[in-house]
Design a protein around this ligand. Structure first.
Ligand SMILES: [Zn+2]
Length: 429
């Protein structure tokens, strides 16, 4: 079967080479969220000279992602937008055994015609092209085949799917609302329909503004958050349960943070008694034991020592791929944060900021040992579609002040028998 297709690939080779030279595909920033993961989501912003037909249509020479109208180069704004787009997509798939990347997995000397065949023949791969308009396809923001992930090989470019930024809007929020959705189709997800009106795509009645949600597998272009959803039973799927049925992806990944008081992770700190936010991080996921129910999530624990006095701790929703200590746009989780004493009794629950949904606990803590407990808000339920449950799962990280910093182990060793001189470093605030 592949031999019979080979001549067609070769005959189109010369044309593809001419086309790609004329197009001079620009090179995007090379970014990968989880190299070595079981499944690869390749976001292609470079343009693609598509050989043959896709779904009965002819995509042709699709230009690179562009904001300024010049698809031959990526300007600074476009580079920033590609970085944000990658971060948004990686964030939506946090905790799944996937690598979201802008690095082309095909050999670098391949023509686009050869690439198309390479993608078709590479299992556990999605090739998502973000470029151009839907003029070759018809009215859509993107388009994809469904349930491709399990297939060893595909034909007809089925491993490739499409996002049309000319039609979605070129902003990372809008274009990636489509990209994350189309990738979901490859991973067997169907649409989240509107359980109230029956419309094929729910947008949660057009919800916008602070605290608004819409389903990724509906349309989430304008809501504050686009998340996976556990749809009304008998009407829509549980997105996360279905994603986990792609056995090649494997189980949800553990973030490595302790899930009990006894196994709590020591709070990563800087030398000045503030949290090292790039290390104090994890992700909160629905549990397999609960069948990936939107109401039940993992819980993470960090152990720390207060210096006594003014203290503040914040749980930020999201990853920090783009800038250390700053939450990437497009958070999918909504963390809860509690302070527990050394016996596990509640000291206080963090307060949520209404606009950002970020939670902070500030106050005075007596010196001593405490725990920070991070988990999920749980299912978000919209009054418009009361039988659907939005997942609040994804990455988080912590920041804060007022922590006692242990002496470095090397210093303790150096002092040896002079242990009497070893004192905890104290700081006035
Ligand atoms: Zn769709």
């Amino acid at each position: 079967m592949f031999l019979s297709r080979l001549p067609r690939s070769l005959s189109s080779l010369a044309l593809a080479v001419v086309g790609s030279i004329a197009l001079a595909q620009p090179v995007p920033p090379q970014l990968s969220s989880n190299p070595g993961a079981r499944y690869t989501i390749y976001l292609n912003f470079r343009g693609f000279n598509y050989n043959g037909t896709w779904g009965g249509r002819t995509p042709g020479n699709v230009p690179a992602y562009t904001i300024d109208g010049d698809p031959n180069t990526f300007n600074a704004e476009e580079v920033a937008a590609i970085r944000e787009s990658w971060a948004r997509t990686a964030q939506a798939y946090t905790g799944f055994n996937v690598n979201v990347t802008t690095v082309d997995p095909a050999p670098s000397n391949f023509t686009d015609a050869q690439r198309k065949t390479f993608y078709d023949n590479t299992q556990y791969l999605t090739h998502t092209i973000i470029g151009g308009s839907n003029s070759w396809y018809g009215n859509a923001g993107g388009v994809s085949y469904v349930a491709i992930a399990q297939q060893a090989t595909t034909t007809g470019g089925r491993r490739t799917n499409w996002v049309f930024p000319v039609n979605t809007g070129t902003s990372p929020k809008r274009a990636m609302a489509a990209a994350i959705h189309e990738v979901g189709h490859h991973l067997r997800l169907l649409h989240q329909s509107d359980e109230t009106s029956g419309a094929a795509y729910s947008n949660n009645n057009g919800a916008t503004g602070n605290g608004s949600y819409a389903p990724i597998m509906g349309t989430s272009y304008v809501s504050q958050r686009g998340t996976w959803r556990m749809g009304k039973a008998g009407v829509n799927d549980n997105d996360v349960f279905e994603l986990q049925q792609n056995l090649n992806i494997g189980s949800l990944l553990d973030s490595g943070v302790g899930h009990t008081l006894a196994t709590a992770t020591s709070m990563p700190l800087n030398g000045d008694g503030t949290i090292n936010a790039t290390q104090a991080k994890g992700w909160i996921m629905p549990t397999a034991a609960s069948g990936y129910n939107a109401n039940n999530y993992t819980t993470d624990y960090f152990r720390f020592t207060s210096i006594g006095g003014s203290f503040s701790l914040t749980a930020h929703d999201g990853t920090q791929f783009l800038e250390p200590g700053v939450a990437d746009p497009g958070a999918t989780g909504r963390a809860t944060l509690k302070i527990l004493d050394s016996n596990g009794n509640l000291v206080g629950s963090a307060t949520e900021d209404a606009s950002t949904l970020v939670r902070t606990w500030s106050g005075s803590l007596a010196a001593g040992t405490y725990y920070a407990q991070v988990s999920s808000y749980g299912a978000y339920i919209s009054s418009y579609e009361p039988d659907s449950r939005y997942f609040n799962m994804g990455g988080y990280f912590l920041s804060g002040t007022g922590f006692a910093v242990p002496e470095p182990a090397s210093m303790l060793a150096l002092l040896g028998g002079l242990a009497v001189l070893v004192r905890r470093r104290r700081r006035a605030n």
